[in-house]
Ligand binder design. Structure first.
Ligand code: SIN
Length: 524
């Protein structure tokens, strides 16, 4: 029996494990190698108000503005107040943040009112954080089980008590734990174009749903405006920090078009920039380009060595050539609903990092708040387990000024879907799922597209054979999660933050409420 079973090894999982290892027996389960996670690919950095001219209050204001009315104020206050202390923790673990004249260098990103983005190795922030934290973890007594895929959470009575784990080819094995922590990251693989690595298949959200926990805000997905867009090449993130340093966006006519869409120009919120790029691409049938040619080349290479190297492999010099870019799925604001202590609605189960929905992002995440969220709420999970032991709150704390949640009781409505879809559907492959989600549950949505996508996903879900391999489990999780995302997006008949409905393009104050999806636990 472990005191802590931690699922996932990005910043949230590894930091939680490091703290937990000071207090009990820890098992970290990760489905690839320890250092492989979304965190590793984070470029821009981690936000914290550490400059003398900045303050947690300003960071809070910017986070709330990005969240478009749906942030949980108390959670955001914790996030922004605790940020400087968590940065000091990273420094203690040896993260080599970039410095300028001895002081930590601070970058700027979209919708931030101050320079507050810490970075390391220029655009290799995630890689450095992951490396430092994993090295520290390996020096503790925590057990690390790599290539370990969690197929189900074990629930007894109304409490999570362990996990079933598939290690290469073997039958699933059971591990019991007093505290189970989901830190398994996001679900970018729902979409054809994504900045996320192959491991981001939404497993934690699907596990929690099947164990009967609540999920929230599933309709809010953030599309990063600028992923390198070259035919036949994998999607690759071009950090927002590039625009923070002054890069321009130009359409196929060479025009800097962003001022036509938003007075903040290239540094408008991500959903605004993404839709502006999509609209320019639709108009001309040509890609939009990032232009860094007017920036100091020496500084540009120094700030963005990873981006420069990847572009070079495709024959592009970032200081001389225009870089074709397009939006790509980047970050899921919704997830497993938690209190500000990371407690889910299923006793014994905690969640932190991208898999969780703490309410800090609301309808849209402010750039560089995600690495921070993993630290702040990972730390709070461990604090809570020490203070409260096995006790569990009666109910989760909710933002007090919101209208009541809209609860989607039966997540996947199979009977209705079957009745509406007598025609032949494509087979449920990963590529078909991603294409369906990209077309109908992506940057721009409508009732017709969402209904058709939800029906197809529901039929796929019913028709999937019992999974045996990791790839089959992952596909099943993505189909299940995709159906829940489509249903939440269909229910929200307005546009807000990362959710844009072409048939309801404005924000409606009556919709200042959260959509909560109740998990369904299979009997037996
Ligand atoms: C980026 O570098 O643009 C990504 C940063 C983030 O998503 O927080």
């Amino acid at each position: 029996m472990y005191d802590y079973i931690i699922i996932g090894s990005g910043i949230a999982g590894v930091y939680t494990a490091l703290l937990a290892a000071q207090h009990g027996r820890v098992l970290v389960l990760t489905k690839a190698a320890l250092e492989e996670s979304n965190t590793r690919y984070a470029q821009g950095g981690i936000a914290a108000a550490i400059a003398p001219s900045d303050s947690p209050a300003l960071h809070l204001e910017d986070t709330l503005a990005a969240g478009a009315g749906l942030c949980d104020l108390a959670a955001v206050k914790l996030l922004t107040d605790e940020a400087p202390a968590r940065i000091r923790d990273l420094l203690r673990y040896g993260v080599p943040f970039d410095r300028h004249g001895g002081e930590i260098a601070l970058g700027l990103e979209g919708a931030h009112s101050a320079r507050r983005i810490l970075h390391a190795g220029g655009d290799a922030t995630g890689r450095h954080i992951e490396k430092s934290l994993c090295a520290a973890l390996r020096a503790t007594d925590a057990e690390v089980n790599e290539r370990a895929f969690v197929t189900e959470l074990a629930v007894e009575g109304n409490r999570a008590v362990g996990v079933w784990v598939l290690n290469d080819g073997a039958e699933p094995r059971f591990f019991g734990g007093r505290n189970i922590v989901l830190a398994s990251g996001g679900a970018g693989q729902l979409y054809t174009y994504t900045t996320n690595p192959a491991v981001a298949t939404g497993d934690g959200m699907a596990l929690a749903y099947r164990a009967g926990a609540q999920l929230a805000d599933l309709e809010f997905y953030q599309f990063h405006p600028t992923a390198l867009h070259l035919p036949g090449q994998p999607t690759f993130l071009i950090s927002e920090a590039v625009r923070g340093e002054g890069a321009y966006l130009r359409n196929s006519a060479g025009e800097r078009f962003m001022s036509r869409y938003d007075e903040r120009g290239e540094l408008a919120a991500r959903d605004v920039v993404s839709r502006a790029i999509a609209s320019e691409m639709l108009r001309s049938d040509q890609p939009v380009c990032l232009d860094l040619r007017h920036l100091d080349p020496v500084a540009t290479y120094a700030h963005f060595p990873t981006i420069a190297a990847v572009c070079k492999q495709s024959g592009l010099d970032i200081t001389r050539d225009l870089l074709p870019v397009a939006p790509a799925a980047h970050y899921m604001m919704g997830g497993v609903r938690t209190s500000s202590w990371g407690e889910t609605t299923l006793p014994g189960l905690y969640a932190c990092g991208e898999v969780a929905c703490t309410g800090v992002h609301g309808a849209n995440r402010l750039a560089s708040n995600s690495l921070l969220e993993g630290l702040v709420f990972g730390g709070r999970v461990v604090q809570r387990t020490l203070e409260r032991g096995a006790a569990w709150p009666e109910r989760l704390a909710l933002a007090p000024d919101f209208a009541p949640d809209l609860e989607l009781a039966a997540g996947i409505n199979h009977e209705d879907a079957k009745a509406r879809r007598p025609d032949e559907v494509q087979p449920p492959t990963l590529a078909n799922l991603q294409e369906l989600m990209w077309q109908h549950v992506g940057l721009e949505r409508s009732a017709a597209g969402l209904t058709s996508a939800a029906d197809t996903l529901s039929c796929w879900h019913d028709g999937l054979a019992e999974p045996h391999s990791v790839a089959e489990h992952e596909l099943g999780n993505l189909v299940q999660l995709g159906a829940l995302v489509a249903q939440a997006a269909l229910a929200r008949r307005e546009s807000r933050g990362g959710h844009f409905r072409s048939d309801a393009p404005t924000t409606d104050s009556a919709w200042r409420r959260r959509i909560v999806t109740q998990g369904l636990r299979a009997e037996g």
